[in-house]
Ligand binder design. Structure first.
Ligand code: RAT
Ligand code: ZN
Length: 445
């Protein structure tokens, strides 16, 4: 292929390749959604619309870079209505200043690609447009504009509101074929004493000292919830202090639960465990969700896991830029370890570019370059638009290097690579299509 055509061909193929978005915080409508600013349907877990977009916690953090306590404090901000919060952020970050940051630009890309004009002083006309959308067909529209074929949710079993929904009608929550559940179990591995109380209330016979009987009950709990949710993988986020070091010293509660409950249950079910390491929660608690920070992960804990549990599958995303090279090297040693995404504070073009280049150089195409982490449905539009631009740029450069080395790069190569990177590596790793087949056989649908 002529190098002059290459960039265009790569851009076209990457933009046409549908994505399976492997980590989001978006929900199917059965989990409830906002009908309008005043009216919520059910538990209201699915967030969408311009007021949610503009009050994304990434933007709240940016607001408090530019307003002082004499103007508004975080407490006062959180006491405002959603519309007032959105108006304030719009005014400070989009009207008084140029919306150059990635999170701000994301709002602009999203509105533009939805056919709306972001060059407006007031959000009211945009609000009006959103209020006319039917949520169900709007999901289809967003998925089509974003080129996403499937949305993987994050289902927090220790969130009381969400748990209530699962306990009342799990089948209704699983009916929407556009979404798949993921069982998120942060608290089980990060805060055993408090989870122990929760499990007792849920009628599991556990005790605070992690005894063999307690481990058996934790296995029962995990199996019950994996049956109930039919989660396609299990996920946990950890702080930088996360360690798994089976060196003969007294194991921590977390290590015991991993070794004797989580690993055997997942191995038996052939399910992957996604570790998201490096979040430091609440460095500035006044900012709520916007007050978290990042730190470096201990990657030898990941290699310890991959080595000790060869029957298990691990996905990993690490929050610090400094951890990325070591993660690639770890993945070169363990086929049961899949690096994924440019998580949260790394989801900026300059860092996505660096990480994607590094990963291709070390791992070829055997990784999943991105997930959206969208909390608000509409964000799928910009997160994938921006990531596709960077991925196209890096791939073009890599194909040029390969051509110069003497390899004939064809459209078929590019298509296969795009499909692996944006969709199939993840689906194959977690066995998504196999479990869907089994479900069809089981239910006869
Ligand atoms: O990106 C985010 O919105 C973060 O707040 C977190 O949700 C993070 O992605 C997580 O899954 O813990
Ligand atoms: Zn997330």
């Amino acid at each position: 292929m002529q190098t002059t055509n290459l960039a265009q061909t790569v851009r076209t193929i990457i933009s046409q390749q549908r994505v399976t978005d492997l980590h989001t915080h978006c929900f199917a409508p059965a989990f409830g959604y906002k009908l309008s600013i005043e009216k919520t349907q059910g538990a209201g877990l699915l967030l969408w619309g311009v007021d949610e977009l503009v009050t994304y916690h990434y933007l709240i953090a940016e607001l408090f870079r530019v307003v002082g306590a004499d103007q508004i404090t975080p407490d006062q901000f959180y006491g405002l209505s959603k519309i007032e919060q959105a108006n304030l952020i719009w005014d400070e970050l989009f009207i008084k200043r140029t919306p150059l940051s990635e999170a701000c630009r994301g709002v602009i890309t999203t509105l533009t690609k939805l056919g709306l004009d972001p060059n407006t002083q007031s959000l009211d006309p945009i609000r009006q447009w959103f209020s006319e959308q039917d949520v169900d067909s709007y999901i289809d529209r967003v998925m089509s504009v974003a080129g996403v074929d499937h949305i993987v949710m994050t289902n927090e079993v220790f969130d009381a509101a969400e748990r209530k929904l699962w306990l009342s009608d799990a089948e209704a929550l699983k009916r929407d074929s556009r979404f798949s559940p993921v069982l998120r179990i942060d608290k089980l591995l990060n805060d055993w004493p408090s989870v122990c109380q929760d499990l007792v209330e849920l009628e599991y016979a556990v005790s605070e000292p992690v005894t063999p009987d307690t481990l058996a009950e934790i296995r029962r709990f995990l199996n019950d919830w994996l049956d109930r949710t039919e989660a396609i993988y299990v996920a946990t986020s950890f702080g930088p202090e996360f360690r798994f070091v089976p060196d003969g010293s007294e194991p921590t509660e977390c290590e015991l639960i991993i070794e004797h409950a989580l690993m055997p249950v997942l191995a038996e079910r052939n399910l992957a465990w996604a570790l998201m390491i490096g979040s430091v929660r609440g460095v500035n608690p006044r900012l709520g969700d916007a007050g978290d920070m990042c730190g470096k992960a201990d990657i030898s804990s990941l290699t310890n896991l991959a080595l000790r549990f060869p029957e298990n599958k691990f996905m990993a995303t690490l929050l610090s830029r400094e951890s990325q090279h070591e993660l690639c090297i770890a993945a070169r040693k363990f086929g049961n370890l899949l690096p994924f995404g440019c998580w949260w504070f790394l989801n900026n073009p300059s860092i996505i570019e660096e990480m994607t280049r590094e990963r291709i150089e070390l791992l070829g195409t055997s990784f999943s370059p991105q997930h959206s982490d969208a909390r608000i449905l509409d964000q799928l539009v910009y997160k994938w638009d921006h990531s596709r631009q960077v991925l196209s740029k890096v791939l073009t450069e890599k194909y040029e290097d390969l051509s110069r080395a003497g390899w004939i790069v064809t459209e078929e190569h590019i298509r296969n690579d795009a499909e692996r990177l944006l969709r199939n590596n993840f689906r194959t790793f977690v066995g998504m299509d196999e479990s869907a087949m089994l479900r069809v056989q089981k239910t006869g649908q």
